[in-house]
Design a protein around this ligand. Structure first.
Ligand code: FDA
Length: 510
């Protein structure tokens, strides 16, 4: 039997032996290496999984070459180590860098080339690139091309695309995964596959089914989409004294039906009220319009006059400046800021819900009560409208099933800074209570959830003995009927279940 220390050594020797020279040694970090801790923390976003009790990897490998990824997979299998693939490290439950069993982090930080072809409107982007880097290089080549992916620039392409990925262009162009046209993947046997050689089933699975169950996706070919040279953004805040309840109630009837050039999300939070010492709830209507304000203002007057949008609320800018705007950067900053990969880190817990029928005002009032509790001082509900392109794509086109019939998606989020388990329990229990409260107002049977807002509360695998029936509990929430096809794909491509985690797709025999 190998001891843990000898496993690490044997694994490292295996890597050195198979890579044919010692260049790989500079790309391997164990706890005895002085950079181990900074490499480990480099992309961690959630402090909940960066505490002394968080299980740490035996080894971190940061490959430069495809062959080094292949050898990492080979040697991990030989020496009984699990592999966690990390691209941007933004997993909500830390699954890309923490595991209860001995494991290796395969960190794709060095796989971040981006090549943009503006003549043919596509790009190849490696998984370790961030969305910010991708947006930067697209805009660097063209003011009228963009890509429909997430809002936070430090998210990694690898996790994001393989889980779906959406942002302000969702109503016009769908998800990031809807716009992937080819990919390069290394499978459990170390084979380097493209769309043609992996086949349509596996190519289907990695666009929304979560990459971690199927292999290591090295890079993606994406279809770029047209954006106007000037877009318009606005943020209009309404609190309870300013009729927020009625305006939000109305938003639910129109937000998914607007012209597809218009995306208005709503961020709900508790804020100080103008009456001293009091708190109120604020609904922040935060919008991107693919056009100028000359068109936006009459459109709003027709479709959503209740918001009272006026010209002074609106700012025209390039698409790349709108990326900075939504990321919360001050206006006028250079897009160079998008090349900064350092994530801000905090404790947080999130959950997701889909809304198919407008929530009545009395239901919204119950949300206000919970947002005004003291545990919710740094809590947010982010309501993102669907409709448009999302209604046109079938539920089984890719594994992401949440299409026609959804008015909007809610992300429930709570942040905190106090250390320790008592604090964690306090905030986690607040968000769980909110989630229980929401049950009558959101999707049922299954209560749908978004895999990129990973939530282990909705069910987990038993990590050493993954069962199909256990996995189907959380699997049908993320994927509805697509869960079955994901299991079939997994059974073919990784029958021994090497690529596994707390929410990985099981092969059928398990
Ligand atoms: P990370 O590296 O942690 O990977 C996530 C999962 O994918 C892990 O299971 C990992 O093993 C696996 N994986 C990663 N790379 C892989 C690869 N190359 N091959 C195979 N498996 C791989 N989402 C959204 O749709 N829209 C949004 O606007 C936002 N906004 C947002 C803001 C913030 C602050 C956070 C923290 C997160 C979001 N998200 C989001 C959620 C985000 O899309 C989700 O967390 C992604 O999975 C993150 O991808 P990373 O590569 O960063 O994660």
């Amino acid at each position: 039997l190998e001891t843990s220390a000898s496993t690490d050594e044997n694994f490292i020797q295996c890597l050195a032996l198979h890579s044919g020279n010692d260049s790989i040694s500079k790309l391997i970090y164990t706890s005895s290496n002085s950079s181990y801790s900074s490499i480990l923390k480099s992309s961690i976003r959630n402090t909940r999984f960066s505490t002394p009790s968080t299980p740490k990897p035996q080894v971190i490998v940061t490959p430069l070459l495809v062959s080094q990824i292949q050898e990492t997979l080979n040697c991990s299998q030989k020496h009984g180590l699990q592999v966690r693939v990390r691209s941007g490290g933004h997993d909500y439950e830390g699954l890309s860098y923490a595991s209860p069993v001995p494991f290796v982090i395969l960190d794709l930080i060095n796989f971040r080339n981006i090549s943009v072809d503006v003549e043919n409107n596509f790009a190849w982007v490696q998984s370790g690139a961030t969305l910010g880097e991708l947006y930067y290089w697209i805009a660097n080549k063209s003011r009228t091309l963009g890509f429909p992916a997430g809002v936070c620039p430090t998210i990694g392409v690898g996790g994001h695309f393989s889980g779906g990925g959406y942002g302000t262009l969702l109503r016009k162009y769908g998800l990031a995964a809807d716009n992937v046209i080819d990919a390069h993947l290394i499978d459990v046997k170390g084979r380097f596959l493209d769309r043609k050689s992996m086949g349509e089933d596996l190519f289907w699975a990695i666009r929304g089914g979560g990459g971690a169950s199927f292999g290591v996706i090295v890079e993606w070919k994406i279809q770029l989409v047209p954006v106007p040279s000037n877009v318009t953004v606005f943020t209009v805040n309404k609190n309870l004294e300013q009729n927020a309840t009625k305006i939000l109630h109305r938003w639910q009837y129109v937000a998914d039906k607007f012209d597809t050039d218009l995306f208005i999300r709503v961020i709900l939070s508790a804020v100080s009220s103008s009456q001293k010492g009091n708190r109120t709830v604020q609904a922040s209507f935060n919008s991107l319009y693919l056009g100028g304000k000359d068109k936006l203002l009459p459109l709003m007057q027709k479709s959503f006059p209740e918001l009272g949008l006026v010209s002074e609320d609106c700012t025209e800018m390039s698409w790349i400046q709108s990326i900075l705007y939504f990321a919360g950067f001050p206006s006028g900053l250079s897009p160079d800021i998008l090349l900064n990969r350092d994530p801000s880190i905090t404790y947080f817990k999130a959950k997701s819900d889909y809304v198919k029928n407008p929530i009545p005002e009395v239901g919204l009032e119950g949300i206000w009560q919970r947002l005004l509790e003291k545990e919710a001082a740094a809590a947010l509900l982010i309501l993102s409208p669907y409709g448009g392109r999302m209604n046109e794509i079938s539920e089984s086109s890719i594994p992401f099933p949440h299409r026609a019939g959804n008015i909007y998606k809610i992300q429930h989020l709570v942040y905190w800074t106090e250390e320790g388990t008592a604090a964690s329990e306090k905030y986690m229990s607040w968000i769980r209570r909110l989630y229980d409260y929401m049950a009558p107002y959101v999707s049922k049977s299954p209560r749908e959830a978004y895999i990129n807002y990973r939530d282990l509360d909705i069910g987990t695998n038993n990590i050493s003995n993954t069962s199909y029936s256990q996995a189907s509990i959380w699997g049908t929430k993320y994927f509805k009927n697509n869960f079955e096809r994901l299991v079939q794909v997994k059974t073919v491509v990784d029958p021994a279940n090497f690529f596994r985690n707390e929410q990985s797709i099981p092969p059928v025999s398990y």
